[in-house]
Design a protein around this ligand. Structure first.
Ligand code: PXP
Length: 253
């Protein structure tokens, strides 16, 4: 290891990556049908303040990110793009065309307001297996957005994905004892994933108030956070919102 790398690893011994989901910048843009605010500018700001990646979900109904945004986001920064996508032929073709750094397969229902639950990887092995293979063969790092449940980790192992993202929505929406129990599930499943050679990420519903306990789970390598940061950006600007989240995550390690 070179001297500068050594210094860096001492400074940030167990660094946790922050992927910023910029979908809701596009939601606001689309509310008026124009070009402002541009998610590309959001991606550039995230890059300028030390975000580690950009996450974007191209939904079947294109309610926020649109097809043409993907190439523009990829061209605008050097940050890795994590494309959230449903397990459909259309999305696989799009992913293969754009070759994002990573593709996170999520469940998607038209009538939901957001991705409300994890992917049933256990119940959909046969449907997911060829999709995972096609993406992986194209050099895309495949992740599954799953509930923190041992059955889903086992399914991820059978599908040989390198990454799982644990859904933190139930933790985020719970309080007291229930929240503590959800946190234990996330910690246990992150440990189980890592023990089996799968990188563990987490996300959904994370805020300044609830991020620290999740960020403190040592096996987690990345958090993906969107709605709260875009909401905070209205009041303090995206730069400050991302910086503050980064500080809270670093302080928890
Ligand atoms: N990770 C995944 C896989 C998601 O689907 C979402 C929501 O789109 C997030 C993270 C971010 O969730 P939130 O917007 O609640 O921070």
């Amino acid at each position: 290891m070179t001297a500068s790398l050594l210094t860096l690893s001492r400074l940030r011994p167990q660094s946790l990556r922050l992927g910023v989901n910029i979908d809701h910048v596009a939601t606001i843009r689309n509310a008026r049908g124009g070009e402002h605010p541009d998610p590309v500018r959001a991606a550039q700001i995230v890059a300028s303040v030390g975000g580690d990646g950009i996450t974007a979900h191209l939904r079947e109904d294109r309610r926020h990110i649109r097809d043409e945004d993907l190439a523009r986001i990829q061209a605008a920064t050097d940050l890795p793009l994590n494309l959230e996508m449903a397990a459909t032929d259309e999305m696989v073709e799009i992913a293969l065309r754009h070759k994002p750094h990573a593709a996170c397969i999520v469940p998607e229902r038209r009538e939901e307001r957001t991705t409300e639950g994890g992917l049933d990887a256990a119940g959909q092995h046969n449907r997911l297996a060829p999709i995972v293979t096609r993406l992986a063969d194209a050099g895309i790092r495949v992740s599954l957005f799953i509930a923190p449940d041992p059955r889903q980790i086992e399914a991820a192992l059978r599908l040989r994905v390198p990454v799982v993202e644990l859904h933190t929505g139930e933790y985020a929406h719970a309080s007291g004892e229930m929240q503590a129990a959800q946190l234990r599930r996330i910690a246990d499943m992150a440990a189980l994933a890592v023990k089996n050679g799968i990188e563990a990420h987490a996300g959904h519903g994370l805020t300044y108030d609830n991020v620290a306990a999740v960020a403190a789970i040592p096996q987690l390598a990345e958090l993906n956070i969107g709605h709260y940061l875009v909401g905070e950006a209205i009041f303090v600007g995206l730069e400050d919102a991302v910086r503050r989240m980064r500080e809270l995550m670093d302080a928890a390690r």
